[in-house]
Design a protein around this ligand. Structure first.
Ligand code: CDP
Length: 222
């Protein structure tokens, strides 16, 4: 079986770029792929979530680019962890600061250095986000664009929030998600769009196991 390759049979050195809209299943997929090949993993959304959170902690306004840039410049590894990052409010603030060219520029160097260093030290890495295949790593060996219908994604995010004992309402989650999709796809800098050479993976009707096997088959046949 193609998917049965283990971490000791790594493919040749590669960067795997996984992009897609909110709650499409990128994170789960990316983590499993990274573990499978023993590659490094970077959730680039956590950078923007971290900036959004830090602006507020610093007493700034997420809508103010100077405040957001100051937070981005002071972002540390410790800011990229913790339950607070995963709240709906953090996601909302993330998509606001992610529209700002100076914030994106500040994050770009870190992501590229991470990818190149991981390729050398670990043989490869998986980065997930919105602009990995188009802007951050346009030369990535593998690009996946993971999507699902807005309704399926809203249901997944709703279940995730309830699972963490957060209050959630499906209709509100769906509306928030559509707003964030609109902001991500329509922004001027690094909008959410599939790279021309990306493999499209619609997970609306796929469970995580099937999505994972499909992705592994794509990578192994590269
Ligand atoms: O988990 P979910 O898909 O909801 O969000 P995320 O991947 O944590 O990203 C949060 C927000 O950060 C997104 O809505 C984007 O606006 C922004 N983002 C971005 O602009 N570029 C990236 N490479 C990753 C995230």
């Amino acid at each position: 079986m193609n998917g049965a390759i283990n971490a000791h049979q790594k493919p040749r050195k590669m960067i795997i770029a996984i992009d897609g809209p909110a709650a499409a299943g990128k994170g789960t997929l990316a983590k499993r792929i990274a573990a499978h090949f023993d590659f490094k993993y970077l959730d680039t959304g956590s950078l923007y979530r971290g900036v959004g959170l830090k602006v507020v902690q610093m007493g700034g306004d997420p809508n103010n680019e100077d405040d957001a840039l100051a937070a981005a410049q002071q972002l540390e590894f410790d800011d990229l962890d913790g339950d607070e990052l995963r709240t709906a409010q953090a996601g909302e603030n993330a998509s606001i600061v992610a529209q700002m060219p100076s914030v994106r520029k500040e994050m770009l160097g870190f992501q590229r250095r991470f990818a190149q260093a991981a390729k050398i030290s670990k043989g490869g890495c998986v980065l997930d986000g919105r602009d990995i295949g188009t802007v951050v790593c346009p030369d990535a060996e593998i690009k996946l664009f993971v999507t699902a219908s807005a309704q399926v994604r809203a249901q997944r995010r709703h279940d995730e929030l309830l699972g963490r004992n957060e209050q959630s309402n499906y209709e509100t989650v769906l509306a928030d998600l559509k707003l964030r999709d609109k902001r991500d796809t329509e922004r001027r800098v690094a909008p959410l769009v599939p790279a021309q050479d990306a493999h499209l993976l619609d997970t609306s009707k796929l469970d995580i196991e099937t999505a994972f096997q499909t992705a592994i088959d794509i990578i192994n046949s590269h």
